[in-house]
Design a protein. Structure first.
Length: 118
């Protein structure tokens, strides 16, 4: 069974930065590099939404308008890990952040809480 483990969240003031990590493991995920991967988030009382995704090679990245210019997605296929560098965080970025394949096809992990507040 594939496992996705998100980490790196926390409490940060507006304007601050965080770096999230997504580690993938499991026998069927030995081909992590074959998958486009994405970050998603769910704020309290809202639907889960797409934030960004990255091609299997890392050569192409895509962002929601709300985070474009502030967030950077990257991956290290040798480590089966994906990252989300979040800069200039805003209170509206507060959410639980999850990773999955671009079109979510794996069991969701626990997510990592990001809280932006002064």
């Amino acid at each position: 069974q594939v496992q996705l483990v998100e980490s790196g969240g926390g409490l940060v003031q507006p304007g601050g930065s965080l770096r999230l990590s997504c580690a993938a493991s499991g026998r069927t995920f030995s081909t992590f590099s074959s998958y486009a991967m994405g970050w998603f988030r769910q704020a309290p009382g809202k639907e889960r939404e797409w934030v960004a995704h990255i091609s299997w090679s890392g050569g192409s990245t895509y962002y929601a308008d709300s985070v474009k210019g502030r967030f950077t997605i990257s991956r290290d296929n040798h480590k089966n890990t994906m990252y989300l560098q979040m800069n200039n965080l805003k209170p509206e970025d507060t959410a639980v952040y999850y990773c999955n394949t671009r079109t979510p096809s794996l069991p969701w992990g626990q997510g990592t809480q990001v809280t932006v507040s002064s």
